[in-house]
Structures are given as C-alpha cells and as structure tokens.
Design a protein around this ligand. Structure first.
Ligand code: ZN
Length: 142
C-alpha cells in the first residue's frame, strides 16, 4: 500500500503503521499459504509491520522453519489492526484504520483541493489581473 494523495512527492511508501487496537483472530494454520506467499513478500515491509505489532521475526526467515512459518502466518492472517492509522512518510497524510478497514480514500475536501489547485493554476496562467470578488463573501458576516 502506498499513499494515494496526488500532490504527494516522494515514494509515499512504506506507510507507517500505528496500532491502537489489535485483534487476535484464530484462522487455522495454513502452511501452503505461507509457503506460496513467502517469496512474494516485501520482507523489509513485513519486518517493519512486525516491529510495530510487537511480533519478533528473525532477520532471515525460511519456510523450512516451522516456528518461523507459524509466526509469519499469525502476523499475516491472525493479527488484525482494528483501530490505528497509516501515515505517509512523504507528506504525513494520516489514513485512519477504523473497525479493521484502512481508509485509503481521500476526504472529499482533499479531492476538491486537488481539483481547485489545478483550476487555480490554469486561471493564473490565463488571467493574472482578475479582481478578488469571491473574498467579499467571507467578510459579510456581522
Ligand atoms: Zn503521501
């Protein structure tokens, strides 16, 4: 997972996980699953997540090591962050995790800001001397 924000400069990855509430699930151990997924894992990312969830992993793992495979299975399948957040290392945007679902969607106003910024740039390029008519709205309240 990486940052989805448009103006995010940098890699937007890996997102920093912060877990406030973790649930321990009890899905049955599945050796084949770990064996198949192990070569595809981003090992540095897994190490990072493990550390943040207080799971101790060896520096190098092997699918021949039963203890390791079980630990990895538990980390991947049975530890679920119920409440916490993911933070982009590049732009510091925080994605909340609520009820176990990371919310990677940008808020409406953020999307609006993106569009607005693009529109503003075009506007500036086209007409540089437009009067600030819109500002008067905010000052009318009395
Ligand atoms: Zn970002």
């Amino acid at each position: 997972m990486a940052c989805t924000k448009k103006q995010c400069v940098g890699r937007g990855f890996p997102l920093k996980l912060e877990a406030n509430e973790i649930a321990q699930l009890s899905q049955p151990f599945n050796y084949e699953f770990v064996k198949n997924i192990f070569p595809k894992l981003d090992w540095n990312g897994i190490q990072l997540v493990a550390k943040q969830l207080n799971v101790v992993l060896p520096e190098q793992g092997s699918v021949e090591d039963e203890e390791f495979v079980k630990t990895l299975f538990n980390l991947l399948c049975n530890l679920k962050v119920i409440n916490g957040s993911l933070t982009c290392p590049s732009c510091n945007r925080v994605y909340p995790i609520e009820v176990g679902i990371p919310n990677m969607l940008l808020k409406e106003e953020e999307i609006y800001q993106d569009i607005q910024r693009m529109a503003d740039k075009e506007k500036e390029a086209q007409e540089e001397e437009s009067d600030e008519e819109e500002d008067s709205d905010e000052e009318m309240e009395e």
